[in-house]
Design a protein around this ligand. Sequence first.
Ligand code: IPM
Ligand code: MG
Length: 369
Amino acid sequence: MSFKMIVLPGDGIGPEVTAEAVRVLEWFREHRGLVVDVRHEQYGAAAYHQQGAIITDEVMADLIAVDAVLFGATGGPEFDEVPMAARRQGSLLRIRRHMEVFANLRPVIGYDELADTVSLKPEAIHGVDMMIVRELNGGIYFGTPRGVAQSPNGMERGVNTLVYETPEIERIARFAFDLAKQRGGHMHSIDKSNVLECHQLWRKVVTRVGAEEYSEVPLEHMIVDNCAMQVIRDPKQFDVMLADNMFGDILSDLAGAISGSLGMLPSASLSVADENGRRRALYEPVHGSAPDIAGQGIANPLGAILSLAMAIELSFHSPDDAGILRQAVRSALAAGARTPDIQGGHPTTAGTTEMTDAVLHELHRLHDM
Ligand code: IPM
Ligand code: MG
């Protein structure tokens, strides 16, 4: 089996961390027979200045033809000079919609290896293995009407619309239930149904899908503000967490505290499967462009490397390879490799490249075992 991947390094620390993920992929090509054709394409503010568009129409079209897209990061001060229309044309939100990747998976792991850097107690993070399933193509991010306009009373008025239709809720609910079933786990569905009608519908539909199609998967509903508290108080109670676009965005950053740093968090965004079972897929670290540390060689590459692990599992269908990569990351952390964001009390600090070197070192070791 051979696969195709497009890399969009993007802005800020995006190019630094995706380069390290590609180095790791090289290792898998060389040592584990993974056949992936990698194509780099321009994306972002620098791309706009060179080619007049954040992303060309041609590349945009190809994103839905390849097996996987690895995305670095977007945003930062360079965007100030990019006109609004060009920003919209190439925005990450447009890419997510264009690829129809409605299911965003954000795994959150409690790393005992990082117990000394995480602000939560070691016993609170021990054994945490949860999956946030965030709806990514709808909700308040895309609802209309939207915008800022002049009111008749002369005031400016800003509007966004939280809207979900039944089928959108059904498909993300089924995706999350399937995952919970596969994991032999349970599900929490997050909403604000005590206030928002849209989330009353969300809760009703999730409840119905659960009762009719997944009676073996235990389902609990949780109101979002309580959920935010529970994620920090006792994260182990969660297995699969289903949330809408905005709550999933917020709760996944919050859950980053469990893994020690936003720099540790990977993500995968998937479309529905076509007739051959193939899903369009976008892989991106959760952290964003971090312009304050860009170009210094100190960004944590593990979010990108663990996003690659998700691509290896979900798009290149090689769970064993994904498994040894995840193990190599843990072993590198256990051996003391730390970028500044996860340094804690450790005296030695690795840069972006050294962290990857440490992972490659562990991959060699595990591969030879
Ligand atoms: C994320 C990010 C994005 C989002 C931004 C960059 C648009 O915060 O992927 O979590 O809000 O979805
Ligand atoms: Mg976010």
